[in-house]
Ligand binder design. Structure first.
Ligand code: NAD
Length: 280
């Protein structure tokens, strides 16, 4: 299948996890890939962020699939760094058809203990970083009168969560960015949609605090986490989703198959939201 033949896609936070799965699936469907991520830790984030080596792996993987790739270290907290990646991608491929604003971080400190700078780091990446990413590609897409913009929110973009208020606030904010950008860019034939994954088995959930809170068990392991996730899904046997499950949704939003779709909150959550009273 070559649903993205001839297209170029820009993915932030693509060194690993869902971002890498999206880069690989898009490449398999024919797209050239522009990808960025950070190298190493960020203050206040208590699990390992991606490294330059992770980004190299994504780059190598896209190359193995026979597609062109631009892979650069860039922090979505800095507009100039994003603009530099977009310029490098345009230099190599001449156009960007799809953008996936995927980079995100999580901190689950109780909100009454959170400092100003702890709050700001999550919202600056998860919300402001999404705005900066759209801003970086919008003029190019407007000029071409085409484009598909995909913003990664979360089921936490629709639901509260007792534990990660900064993340929940940012992911709700992403829905606002998505709706407003869809309205602003529709006249340029640019579609803007949001991905709302449920729990996905990636390193973001290696945050020890998240594991313990979700499983109710101190020192919870990945296995404990996956077992807990099984109770949250309507679809039989589903644990935390694989990153590829989210990439499957992203492909549809990126491809012309969704050409009449804009402003969609695409839940990929195995029915998680249908279960009442979940509060973890
Ligand atoms: P992940 O931690 O593997 O991926 C996030 C990526 O973003 C990492 O590679 C990280 O280094 C990168 N990143 C973080 N800060 C950055 C910055 N300032 N600039 C550039 N890149 C940065 O986790 P994931 O599950 O693959 O997360 C992808 C997206 O999906 C995130 O937006 C996350 O909030 C969202 N999400 C995750 C889940 C889940 O349960 N895993 C559920 C819903 C939504």
């Amino acid at each position: 299948m070559n649903r993205l033949d001839g297209k170029t896609a820009f993915i932030t936070g693509g060194a690993r996890g869902q971002g890498r799965a999206i880069a690989e699936k898009f490449a398999r469907e024919g797209a050239n890939i522009i990808v960025c991520d950070i190298d190493g830790p960020i203050e206040h984030i208590h699990y390992p962020l991606a490294t330059a080596a992770d980004l190299k792996e994504t780059e190598a993987s896209v190359e193995r699939l026979g597609r062109g790739v631009v892979a650069e270290i860039a922090d979505v907290r800095d507009q100039e760094q994003i603009d530099r990646v977009v310029a490098a991608g345009l230099d190599k491929f001449g156009h960007i058809d799809v953008v996936v604003a995927n980079a995100g971080v999580l901190d689950n400190k109780p909100f009454w203990e959170m400092t100003d700078s702890e709050w700001k780091v999550v919202t600056d990446i998860c919300l402001n970083g999404v705005w900066r990413t759209v801003k970086a590609v919008a003029p190019h897409m407007m000029e071409r009168m085409r484009g598909s913009v995909i913003l990664t929110s979360s089921t936490n973009g629709q639901e509260g969560d007792a534990g990660n208020m900064s993340y929940v606030a940012a992911k709700h904010g992403v829905i606002g960015v998505m709706k407003s950008a869809a309205l602003a860019l529709g006249q340029y034939n640019i579609r803007v949609n949001a991905l709302l994954p449920g729990p996905v088995d990636t390193i973001i959930n290696d945050n020890p605090g998240t594991r313990d809170r979700i499983t109710g068990k101190a020192g919870a392991t990945r296995e404990d986490y996956l077992a807990a996730c099984r109770n949250w899904h309507v679809l039989r046997g589903r644990s935390a989703l694989a990153p590829e499950a989210v990439a499957d949704g992203a492909i549809w939003l990126a491809s012309d198959e969704s050409r009449h779709v804009t402003g969609l909150e695409m839940l990929i959550d195995a029915g998680h939201r249908l279960l009442p009273g979940l509060n973890f």
